[in-house]
Every structure is written in structure tokens, then in C-alpha cells.
Ligand binder design. Sequence first.
Ligand code: ZN
Length: 340
Amino acid sequence: MTLLALAAAKAMMASSAFVLPLAKAADRVLGPRGCCLTFHRIARSEQWAHLPNRDFYVDADFLDRFLGYVLDQGWDVVTISEALRRAAGVEPAGRYVNFSIDDCYRDTFELLVPVFRRHNVPVTLFVTTGIPDGTLPLWAAGLEDALLHRDRLWIDGEHIALSSAEQRRAVFAQVAAGWDGPQAAGCYAAFCAANAIDIDAMHWTHAISWDMLEALARDPLVEIGAHTVSHARISSLPPEAALHELADARLRLNQRLGLDVQHFAFPYGRAADCGPRDFALARQAGFASAATTRKGLVHAGQDAFSIPRNTMNGAHRSLAAMELHLTGLSGTAARVMGRV
Ligand SMILES: [Zn+2]
């Protein structure tokens, strides 16, 4: 298919005129199914447009509208535990959706969980324990914050003047692509030093704290899972180091929150990031399930250690785009295009 035809197909799929009738057909054809959705951060609508890394954030108003929509359409919003019970046939399946938030930032506590409370539905938080422990440099959040609030910055030895939101987005994309990888922490530390940014204060501007997590752990609507210690790509580690990332995160959550954490989500989560060896390690670490970011739906008999999840891209603020996930079409398209 040519690029032009692909773009046309994508535009057609995102229009409600095309997608909503498909949703009705999917309900008749597919019957019982679950859809796990995941994202990282949330921002107020008025802030969202200005954010240099805005695709990483779901707009709070849109999330509120989408939650209302799925409930109106008769979907049940469930925890991962409940989704697994339904997939195993322990409870009647119906149509169910799970929302999970990976990493966990301060906005999870301040802005995100309150949206779910307003609708009285559960949400799953997959915590990277290096964030509340202050051991994982939140370089993307710090870079973005500086780009948003400063007019000029020293970046990798260059003095850069910042103007429009669009230019800040372009600078973020370029710098983040250059930093991404094992060198990110060093690049970020040098960037903070060059721009007189207090790296600790910046961390706690964006990180979730253990105090916040303690409060969330007491909320019956919040299910807490693990997402490694240092947000490592598990498939890239030797078995022992990989097992540590899984087991130590589980232990840390137990020590700090007193929880016997059952569920895990693989960082990055695509086929190259976690495979059969890693699914077995998750079981060995004591988890009852592990989730990926391979797109698709949960059906009866779903393997608990390779749960598909559909990432909500912040740029797609339409119910039609969300229906592509709920109908499983986004997963089908990803498989056709080899993006697994
Ligand atoms: Zn993550």
C-alpha cells in the first residue's frame, strides 16, 4: 500500500462516521472481550497544548469524557485482577476495560486518580519504584519542564533560544532522541548543571512520592502493580539482573506499602522488549500476571503473563480513535504492519 493510501485509510479510521458503526458490528461479532488501555501522564486541557512532549499525556477533560462514554456504552471498568477472572471464566466476561498508568508521576496522584474517583471506577497503577525512591533520573520530564519554562537553554553545548510551543516540541523531540539510552542520565546531569537547574527539586516536581502512594494504596479504587526498579528493558538484561528488576520492585512495594503485589507491566512492552523468557521470570518473581504493550484484546483463555495493552497516545483526542482500540482494530492494523 502506498504511503498516501495508508494516510487516507488512517484518516478514515479515525472519523466517527466510519468507526462508530464498526463498534456496533464488533459488539455483535466479537461478543465478550476485554480491552486494556495504558498511558503515562495526564495534563489539564489548557496546559496540554503547550507541552513539549504532549503525546505522552492524556488530556484530563478527554479522559473524563472517554470514561463517561465507555460507561454509557455498557463497558465495565475493572482491575487487572477482575479482567483475569473474567478471561479465566471464573466470572461472566461481558465487555470490560482496564486502565493502567505506567511509571507513576505526581500527576497520577493529583489529577489522574481523582478522575477515576469521580466516575467511581478502578484504575491500576504500575509503579517504577526508582521514581518514589529518587534513584531513577526523570530526564524526559526535567528536559520538558525546562523547555516549557525557559526562554533560552544550554543544550549539549549549544545556546538555544526558545519561542513557540511548536518549536519547543521540535527541540524536545530532537534532544530526547539524542539522549535516549544509557547516556541519558549523564546528558541530563550536564544539562541541569549548565542551566542551573536543581536536579533534586526538579525530580520531586514530577515524581510520585511514597506518601502519595501510601494514600493511594488505601483507596479501594486503586490497584497497585509493579513496573521494575529502574525502568529497564527486561529483554536486554541477563537473567539474574532481569529477575532483580522484577523481584526487587515487588519487594520494595511490599516494604513501603505493605502490599502483596500481584501484577507487573513490562517497560516499553513491545515484542522486542519482553519475550517468553521474561514472562517466565515474572512468574518466578512471584507475580500472578504480566502486561505488555502489544496491541489487542483480552479474550477467554488469555495467558496471564502476556496481557495485551493498547497505549493511549495523547495526540488522539477522539472517541473514534479510542473505538479502534475497543474494537481491536488497532491491534489488527499493528499486526498487519508488523508493529508488534
Ligand atoms: Zn514505563
